[in-house]
Ligand binder design. Sequence first.
Ligand code: ADP
Length: 196
Amino acid sequence: MLRIGLTGGIGSGKTTIANIFLTLGIAVYDADTAARQLMNANQQIRQQLTERFGAATYKHGKLDRAYLASKVFDNAALLAELNAIIHPVTIQDSISWFTRQQGPYAIKEAALIFESGSEKHLDYTIGVWADKELRIERVLQRGGLDREAVIARMDKQMDEAEKMKRCNFVIDNNGKTSVIMQVLELHEHLKSLAGR
Ligand code: ADP
């Protein structure tokens, strides 16, 4: 079974495209959701976060996301420390998840793949590409963030063009080419790569 990474910046359409793969019967690991769960459930993460960010990291036993966000916001060094605590555990979790999957291939959807070094544990990577302005508009429509906050997040992420260059396949999600057709083509291609 092939292990496939699906990546792209905020608002590129990763989740939307992951959902199309799901409808084709392909298993998808959502790294963002997994990381949130592990921050509450994993003892190693809990201990390290408490040591580094203080007892206030957990309130009534649950992760205080607003507190943690306020600590790492605008502090690249602390954000890197946070990632260094979380990434190794989520990468291990996804490695063991892959071993439990069936089918020709399974997908790990993650905003950060090259940044965390997790491509080492993947056979191929798919990038989702959309122009910056379109990504901003889509995230604003999704709700919850204002324009400045979206741009601030984008500026912290790896340059999109660079990220796409590193991917084995790129899905164009600029709205002009059908993403469903692109996913179907890729699905056939990945099945043949997997020998199915
Ligand atoms: P990501 O997971 O990369 O942040 P999402 O899949 O959540 O991106 O997409 C961001 C927003 O844009 C969502 O509200 C989604 O419904 C919308 N969107 C994504 N792709 C398209 C598309 N091709 N056409 C219209 N809206 C889209």
